[in-house]
Design a protein around this ligand. Sequence first.
Ligand code: NAD
Length: 495
Amino acid sequence: MGAQELQFIDGARRTGSGAALSVLAPADGDVIVSGAGADASDVNTAVAAARAAFPQWAGATPGARSDIMHEWARVLRGRAAEFAAMESRNAGKPIRLASEFDVPGTIDNTAFFAGAARNLEGKAAAEYSGDHTSSIRREPLGVIGSIAPWNYPLQMAAWKILPAVAAGNTVVLKPSELTPLTSLLFAETAIAAGVPAGVINIVTGTGAAAGQALVEHPEVAMVSFTGSTGVGRRVAAAAAGSVKRVHLELGGKAPFVVFDDADIEAAARGAVAGSLINTGQDCTAATRAYVQRPLFDEFVSRVADLMDQVRLGPVEDPETDLGPLISLPHRDKVSDLVDRAREAGAKIVRGGRIPDHTPAGGAYYEPTLIIGAAQDSEIVQQEVFGPVLVVLPFDTDDEAIALANDTPYGLAASAWSSNVFRTQRASREIQAGCVWINDHIPIISEMPHGGYRASGFGKDMSTYAFDEYTNIKHVMSDITGLAHKPWHDVIFRPR
Ligand code: NAD
């Protein structure tokens, strides 16, 4: 495609001032576009544009913002195929996944927040003290600095931008430097729909060159970060310098608990879909299946058979099930983790290797099924972010819950059983922001997504996200009209 302007600031594409950046296609390693990345000076320009746009956007009525966002959803629907093709190529997603999950999910999210913009909630205004009327104002914070990862570039841009702008904030988003293309197009469609210039800005650059500058910027009111737990820690520490509000959506290591009364066919299919979605590069992917001993062998055999049917191939082929990993270095990281598990005594039942017949230059890795790993080994404890499922046995329900909670993470989990008491217990006792019962992966715009523990805090999607992107102000108005108010007597009595 050639050179392109990789920044979107104040309503227009611009050339960055930072180092050269090439955006690659994970499926074949080709350069899709190249251009100049953002540095701190681009971040300054983008924050200034967002600050300038804030008073008008924050002052618009919720209904006016809502109308524009409904129009935005309409524009997105009209360009859905273009978004899907771009996301598929840049993020290495099979076209079926991009067109049936990423893009419709983003359109639905946009339509949801268009409606939600008119539904900011608070406690009823009333006379709680008897002497005052109290009311709640929900106010936008100002400029939001958002930082997104590469695994779901369009959806992550949407999750960050939509609740923020629906509530009246303006945004500077830094997508991953590996996958900026659909974020740039998303911002362009916002302008086409009537979102004023400066409300949504995209700075494409590395974490060191642009991310850090955004986090530390004194005029950024809040940092909303999605990415790894390690970088999230650094972001939180850097934001502390200017006492910024921080929202962190971090890594995950989701357990998948199969009790002995589960529908084994459903559980096996769920484990394959839940572990291989987006080539396992999903923070909620099923990574650790704990299966009660009577079902263990049959579960492993069924999952192995299903994995044998999974088709790897070019991402644009609608028959392809599994695409590449995001990059060759990431593929090597996944491969090294599996090799070390093998050396530590785990058994690789399927996969565990780079496939022979996939496009040259593509970062492909086979669907991988592992048993016999130790609970405290790195393959069970650390985020692999690849198409790798580890299956371990358990005996009692107590043990299953303890194993499910035995990593530092707490983003998502699932429990599989036909017994309502078991599923209720699992949903109560597993420490995660989402617990699925007899399913794993589905998300929905009306419901929140967010972590516990090392998976971070704060919610994306749903009206709960407004708690991140608004300040709650209490306005307390005297209704007595008295100069000498009764409560003054506590401090000084008239004498
Ligand atoms: P990453 O942490 O390496 O990078 C995330 C973003 O942070 C990128 O845009 C990167 O450029 C930027 N960054 C890097 N260093 C920075 C710094 N010092 N200051 C500011 N920004 C910096 O993560 P990744 O590899 O892009 O994505 C994969 C990770 O994201 C996984 O850990 C995954 O679990 C997580 N993730 C979490 C969720 C969730 O909702 N919890 C969703 C998707 C992905």
